[in-house]
Write a protein that binds this ligand. Structure first.
Ligand code: URA
Length: 198
């Protein structure tokens, strides 16, 4: 499992044909492959690394990461027991939205990570991740706006295994908004049903 993830990491490091590669080198940055337990029940998928993430190679370690950490602590889920990654693995310049061609280029790496981790539940963080995952796994007819779709529980099959998809707001929405934090928290509570307590 670790070997296969390491191969993905090496391929991402060497992805010189990515439109985001030049910026990565110019900024002395790193691709963000993902972090956490390769045997996790819960897989969180964000959008793309921000500045701090690209500097460190660690997902969700900036302002959004602080919100994510608080949400995890509030529901009693240890960050070390989940896996956290993004759809796009390099930082889009100036934190612009990822472009469709960037999602298309990086998403196969995410698909391979899902195959390795085999999560019980995939929690998407934000619109880009929700749309990619729901389309990829046969739930395209259920995609609404993030406000309509977040907090709804969907079931799909990945490699003959039943997997729950839970779309969530991106934690960035709660940086300056307490109401959004409470909404995120009530959606996060639903994750507890999918975590094996052994
Ligand atoms: N936002 C994301 O979508 N991912 C990160 O890793 C950090 C911020």
């Amino acid at each position: 499992m670790k070997d296969t993830m390491d191969i993905i990491g090496r391929e991402l490091v060497e992805m010189t044909h990515s439109p985001l590669y030049e910026d990565r080198v110019a900024n002395n940055s790193l691709p963000v492959i993902g972090a956490g337990d390769l045997d996790a029940d819960v897989l969180f998928i964000g959008e793309a690394p921000g500045k701090k993430e690209a500097e460190t190679g660690v997902p969700f370690c900036g302002a959004s990461g602080k919100i994510l950490d608080r949400l995890l602590a509030d529901i009693g889920l240890d960050r070390a027991t989940v896996y956290i990654t993004n759809v796009v693995k390099d930082r889009p310049p100036k934190n612009r939205d990822p472009r469709p061609e960037e999602i298309e280029l990086y998403a196969p790496f995410l698909d391979r990570q899902i195959d390795i981790i085999k999560p019980n539940v995939i929690a998407t963080l934000g619109r880009f991740s929700m749309e990619y995952v729901m389309r990829r796994y046969g739930l395209e007819d259920h995609i609404g706006t993030i406000t309509e779709t977040r907090g709804n529980i969907f079931t799909t099959s990945i490699n003959d295994q039943e997997v729950t998809i839970l779309p969530l707001y991106h934690p960035a929405v709660a940086v300056y908004n307490r109401t959004r934090y409470d909404e995120l928290l009530s959606d996060f509570e639903k994750l507890k049903d999918y975590v094996e307590t052994t």
